[in-house]
Design a protein around this ligand. Structure first.
Ligand code: PBG
Length: 322
């Protein structure tokens, strides 16, 4: 036998020499959940090890993460029902706790990258990403609200805005609003191929943001479709997105790969709440080795073509590999 592939697996050093994909703490964006108040830290039931923090404790958490080498954070707010309305008015009120927190995070950690989420759901009494009227999600009317939200987040100091709403035309609309106000340096990481997925369940628990009626299938993509992701990618890049994101990650590795082949823009993937919860739940029962399952799934996301990974495992990964 002339060819024996096992020779390249014969020792740890050789295996590392031929390793094609390597994860680094620098690949990650760590999503964090923010709540109002002081000295609050509440674990998310369906996400063991993941907490909702009030700003004071979030500042401490970010400091710990920065020491571990995590430098990018995506902040999501959880609002009580009494702050929600049809128009997500709270999302662009300058004094709201989310915007004040973004400002404080940037003041305290100027070198960190702070990403925000642009969508109506945390502030909407309907629990939808867009404006609801007679059971329909209105597209163009939603853009105006998203524009106000995006501008408020840029004013608060966000480095990257993440439109996660899947309305048509929102990347271009937000880009124009930002540029018209002088925020030409604020980046957009578009949720380009965001699927109508069961894997967002634990996130909606964390934010108490599940739709009050209906589902998100008229705006989020059908899990059956791959080529449609190319249409979204083409639009988002022509509308000025700086990064394209695929979400969820693990059930959509083919989509990550597809976009990677079709664009020169950096590809991000969101390893979502349900993907985290599955591994944690099985590990808690002793049904699989949680650490190895985490590393293997994160590696698969990078191997598929994502150079940026949003993951609730970011801190655990950093702790494990420091
Ligand atoms: C909402 C939003 C969702 C997530 C990020 N932004 C949920 C949804 O679309 O219902 C999900 C993230 C996760 O599951 O970890 N705009």
């Amino acid at each position: 036998m002339l060819r024996r592939p096992r020779r390249n697996r014969k020792s740890a050093v050789i295996r590392e020499m031929v390793e094609e994909t390597r994860l680094s703490t620098k690949d990650f964006i760590f999503p964090l959940f923010l709540i109002d108040g002081i000295n609050q830290q509440v674990e998310v039931n369906s996400m063991p090890g993941i907490y909702r923090y009030s700003l004071d404790l979030m500042l401490q958490e970010v400091e710990t993460c920065m020491e571990l080498g995590i430098r990018s954070f995506d902040i999501f707010p959880a609002y009580p029902d009494n702050k929600k309305d049809r128009f997500a008015t709270e999302s662009h009120r300058p004094e709201t706790f989310y915007l004040k927190a973004i400002h404080s995070l940037k003041q305290r950690f100027p070198e960190a990258v702070i990403m925000t989420d642009v969508a109506m759901d945390p502030y909407s009494s309907d629990g939808h990403d867009g404006l609801v009227q007679d059971g329909k999600i209105l597209n163009d009317e939603t853009l105006e609200i998203l524009g106000k939200m995006a501008l408020a987040q840029a004013q608060a100091g966000a480095d990257i805005l993440g439109p996660s709403d899947m309305m048509d035309g929102r990347v271009g609309y937000i880009r124009e609003v930002l540029d018209a106000s002088g925020y030409t340096d604020v980046s957009i990481m578009s949720y380009t191929a965001k699927y109508a997925s069961a894997f967002y369940g634990p996130f909606r628990d964390a934010l108490d943001s599940a739709p009050k009626s209906g589902d998100k299938k008229t705006y989020q993509m059908d899990p059956a479709n791959a080529r449609e992701a190319l249409i979204e990618a083409e639009l988002d890049s022509s509308e000025g997105a700086d990064f394209l994101m695929v979400k969820p990650a693990l059930a959509y590795l083919d989509i990550i790969h597809l976009l990677r082949e079709h664009t020169a823009l950096p590809i991000a993937a969101y390893n979502v709440s349900g993907e985290y919860a599955m591994i944690k739940a099985a590990a808690e029962r002793g049904w699989l080795d949680g650490e190895r399952a985490m590393l293997e799934s994160l590696l698969s996301i990078k191997r598929a073509g994502a150079q940026i990974i949003l993951s609730y495992f970011a801190k655990e990964f950093a702790l494990l590999t420091r």
